[in-house]
Every structure is written in C-alpha cells, then in structure tokens.
Design a protein around this ligand. Structure first.
Ligand code: OAD
Length: 233
C-alpha cells in the first residue's frame, strides 16, 4: 500500500444504504428521464417539477445511513498518509461516515445555490417547506449539483485530475464508469502506472483495465479487502 492512494466512488457504494443508483434494474434513469429533471433546460422550464424530484430524493437519502464501505474509506483516510477520496455521489454519506476531505465532482444534494445572487448554503430540511425554494434575496434556489450539460466545479475537477495522475493505487467503487469526465480518472491513473482495483457487482468498461476485481456488494467485499491490506500498527 505504498504511495498515493485514490478512491473514486459512484452510486453503487450507497446502494446498500438504500440510496437508488441511476442505471441498472432499479436505477432512477429507468423510471425518470434525465432531460426532464437533471438539465438546466428542465429547471428553466419547470423549476417546481425539478424541485419535487429533488425533494423526493432528499427525503429518501435522509432516511439512509452510511454502510461499512463508507466507513472503511473514512478509516483509510485516517490511516494512509496520502489519500484522496473522489466521489460522483451527491448524497453526503461519505461525510456522515466520517470522511473529512472529499472531492465532490457532482456537487451535494444538501446544498442549495441561488440562481440570482450565487449564494451557496446548506439546507437539510426534508421535506422543503416551499417548492421551489427561494433565497433571502428573492432569487430562485437550485440544488447545488451538476446537471447534464453543465461543467464540473473547476477546482474540484483539477484536484481530482492531479490526484489521479500521480497515484500508485486507484480503487474504483460502484460506478458504471459511463459518465465523463469522471470515468476518465481511472484510465489516467492506469496509464500512469497505478494499480487499479475495481469493486462492483458487475462488469464495467473499466473491468478489463483492472489489476484486481472485487466482485460483490461494496459493503461486503471492501471491509474484507481492507482488513487484509491495512497496515499493521
Ligand atoms: P450508476 O447508477 O451509473 O452505476 C452504479 C454502479 O454501481 C453500477 O456499475 C453497478 O453495477 C454498481 N453497483 C450497484 N450496487 C452495488 C453494490 N452494492 N456494490 C458495488 N457496486 C454496486 O451510478 P454512477 O456510476 O455513480 O450524475 O453514475 C454516474 C453519474 O450518472 C451520477 O453521478 C449521476 C448520474 O447521472 C449526475 O447526477 C451528474
């Protein structure tokens, strides 16, 4: 376990906490169309509809707790000297498990951003008392998440590229690796000589690059893997 260690997580790590994934048999994108709910155009057209969906997701996530896979990553951060956690998830379960430094590529569902004054604030109320919610300035609030067609937060993405480019280990957990640019991070790490470990219940476009594949639910296979690798005191 020498050298910089990077972890990239996706919706699959939160599946066993009860948070729905996007793709797969019960994925959100089976029942909902992203272009109706997760684009700037959808929000401009019908902010109340978009907010109703986010309010529903917030209520579902509020009932969920971190699972052993989230907790292992918090322990890794506390144990390994050079560790970076990158997530595509907006659910906040890494924070709830105790991870301190998290590069959130797609934002966070517990933050809101004013479309008029730009103010970002935390809002954990479920359900929201008013839909669509408004800022103190009177402007319309939006979820502080990245929608399809929007750029990722530049500083977060840059830090993620930098970490991926120099790591010796990259653990990729519960992502279909279909959404860019996140899906390119493990490819970059691999190209630069990192050891790639994939944790997933099924194959992904990254599987053929992985040096090690841990096949199974993250909450089960990750604690076992970490127990066998954890540096001994
Ligand atoms: P997906 O829903 O696309 O993929 C979830 C992945 O997790 C799949 O590869 C599953 O096989 C795997 N999986 C499911 N349950 C698992 C478990 N218990 N343990 C391990 N793996 C499991 O989710 P993401 O890859 O995160 O973007 O999706 C990427 C982005 O697409 C999301 O961040 C979101 C979405 O549209 C935005 O909202 C911008």
């Amino acid at each position: 376990m020498e050298g910089p260690f990077v972890v990239l997580t996706g919706a699959g790590i939160s599946a066993e906490s009860g948070v729905p994934t996007f793709r797969g048999p019960d994925g959100l994108w089976r029942s909902f169309r992203p272009e109706d709910l997760a684009t700037p155009e959808a929000f401009a057209r019908d902010p109340a509809l978009v907010w109703e969906w986010y309010d529903w997701r917030r209520q579902r996530i509020a009932a969920c707790r971190p699972n052993p896979a989230h907790r292992v990553l918090a322990e890794m951060e506390a144990t390994l000297p050079d560790f970076t956690l990158i997530t595509q998830n907006v659910d906040g379960l890494h924070q709830a498990a105790g991870s301190q430094h998290i590069l959130e590529l797609h934002g966070n569902i517990w933050r809101v951003r004013c479309t008029r004054c730009g103010r970002v604030s935390e809002d954990r109320r479920v359900p929201l008392p008013e839909i669509p919610p408004r800022c103190q300035c009177g402007g319309l609030l939006r979820p502080d998440v990245v929608w399809f067609g929007e750029p990722l937060p530049a500083a977060v993405l840059e830090a993620a590229w930098e970490a991926a480019a120099r790591c010796r280990w990259m653990l990729v957990i519960g992502t279909s690796a279909l959404v860019q640019p996140a899906a390119s991070l493990p490819v970059l790490a691999h190209r630069n000589g990192a050891r790639l470990v994939e944790v997933n219940i099924s194959d992904t476009p990254l599987t053929h690059l992985a040096h090690e594949v841990l096949r199974g639910p993250a909450a089960q296979v990750l604690p076992t893997w970490w127990a066998s690798r954890r540096p001994q005191q």
